[in-house]
Ligand binder design. Structure first.
Ligand code: NAD
Ligand code: DAU
Length: 359
């Protein structure tokens, strides 16, 4: 077995941040298995184009033969599984791709991993890890006074994306319990930072604010999310991969709960400060309330105490410092933003916001 790790979905938002930081921090080779859906962008990893430690393998986690060949060829010592359909609103518009990739794709990846792992030499089999990246959404919504979810809380997903991730988590645990596959599961809260596809809240609002476009807030905007800077998430995943206990689940949270409306107004103020534009005026006036997301979960929050207690990990950014970095990144990378706001992105924006009554 080599020192290589296999990352699935590494051309997406968190996966590309993870690969960039892995090559920087760990320097061991990475194979990126990615289907390059609308959300996968190889340009995120352009800085690794000539790096001998990095290779992109374009393919589907649901293609058993492709996965088997890749494992045989590269003999990874670990798999970090990010690949998924990840956007809640798209899962409401069209659930089927979420079941195909997140549930069936994960099962096929697990099955091929199990076969590969079973044939490793003893020492390599013991060292091998399969780390599954999941979400706080599997637990459903918290009430206003509820304590954040701890590991072991009951699963209660409420939208097709969350249900598909819950199913994937159960399958990963099943492969551990049934066959002893050495798995680790992480559930994290809402990530933000560089390279996030601008159909998600923070990049969408930043780019719209910059251009003086309406800022479409769903419902009353008082839903609350816990925000985690993406580089903190990547550091936490490295920590779990290296020191986590097999079969365990770890919550990775940012200790930064914010209401959506407060996130949007904070973005407005930062864009006003960094790019004042008298023709646009104060960006807060661009806030436009639109039809709510069906079944919109009111509040997510994770208790990340186990990560601190057992593995010594804590987030290094708070929400304000992370948001300043994220907004600055989008303002400083207009070419990246332009390159991804085409085709599938424009179709989605038309479909989602026209249906919600936004102009
Ligand atoms: P993303 O949508 O930005 O990226 C997903 C990547 O997976 C893309 O590169 C896409 O091309 C690839 N992919 C999709 N289907 C594939 C398939 N069948 N085979 C191979 N590759 C495929 O997602 P993200 O926001 O980076 O999220 C990554 C993971 O983290 C997901 O599993 C998601 O559920 C989880 N997660 C995300 C967040 C968040 O806030 N973004 C929070 C918690 C957990
Ligand atoms: O909680 C973790 C999850 O966070 C991840 O598992 C998902 O993969 C990730 O996409 C994210 O899901 P959300 O639905 O929370 O993210 P999104 O950016 O789509 O929305 C964040 C909040 O902002 C949510 O309450 C909906 C609201 N929203 C979103 C958009 C795109 C708006 O009010 N207006 C918008 O235009």
């Amino acid at each position: 077995m080599r020192d290589t790790i296999l990352v699935t979905g590494g051309a997406g938002f968190i996966g590309s941040n993870f690969i960039l930081s892995w090559i920087r921090e760990r320097r061991s080779p990475v194979i990126n298995l990615d289907l390059l859906t609308y959300a996968g962008n190889p340009a995120n990893l352009a800085s690794l184009e000539d790096n001998r430690r990095y290779r992109l393998a374009v393919g589907d986690i649901g293609d058993a033969q492709f996965v088997a060949n890749l494992l045989r060829e590269h003999q990874p010592r670990a798999i970090v599984h990010f690949a998924a359909e990840s956007h809640v609103d798209r899962s409401i518009a069209s659930p089927e791709p979420f079941i195909r990739t997140n549930v069936l794709g994960t099962q096929i990846l697990l099955e091929e991993t199990r076969r590969y792992w079973a044939e490793l030499w003893d020492e390599d089999r013991q060292a091998f890890r399969f780390l599954h990246v999941s979400t706080d959404e599997v637990y459903g919504s918290l009430g206003p006074g509820d304590r954040p979810f701890t590991e072991g809380a009951a699963y209660a997903p409420t939208n097709p994306y969350a249900a598909s991730k819950a199913a994937a988590d159960h399958l990963v645990r099943a492969y551990h319990c049934t066959w002893g596959l050495p798995v680790l599961i992480t559930n994290s809260s809402n990530n933000f930072g560089p390279y996030q596809f601008p159909e998600k809240l923070i990049p969408l609002m930043t780019l719209n604010a910059l251009e003086g476009q309406p800022l479409p807030v769903y419902g009353d905007g008082l839903q609350s999310r816990d925000w985690l800077f993406v580089e903190d998430h990547c550091a936490a995943i490295r920590t779990v991969l290296e020191n986590g206990r097999i079969g365990e689940t770890y919550h990775i949270g940012g200790n930064s709960e914010r209401r959506n409306l407060d996130v949007v107004t904070a973005i407005c103020d930062l864009v006003d400060e960094m790019r004042p534009d008298p023709a646009i005026g104060p960006r807060r006036k661009l806030v436009t309330f639109v039809e709510d997301r069906p079944g919109h979960d009111r509040r997510y929050a994770l208790d990340a105490a186990k990560m601190a207690r057992e593995l010594g990990w804590r987030p290094s950014e708070d929400f304000d410092s992370g948001l300043r970095k994220a907004v600055r990144w989008y303002l400083d990378h207009p070419a990246w933003a332009e390159s991804v706001r085409t085709g599938a992105y424009l179709d989605w924006i038309r479909q989602n916001y026209v249906e919600r009554g936004a102009s």
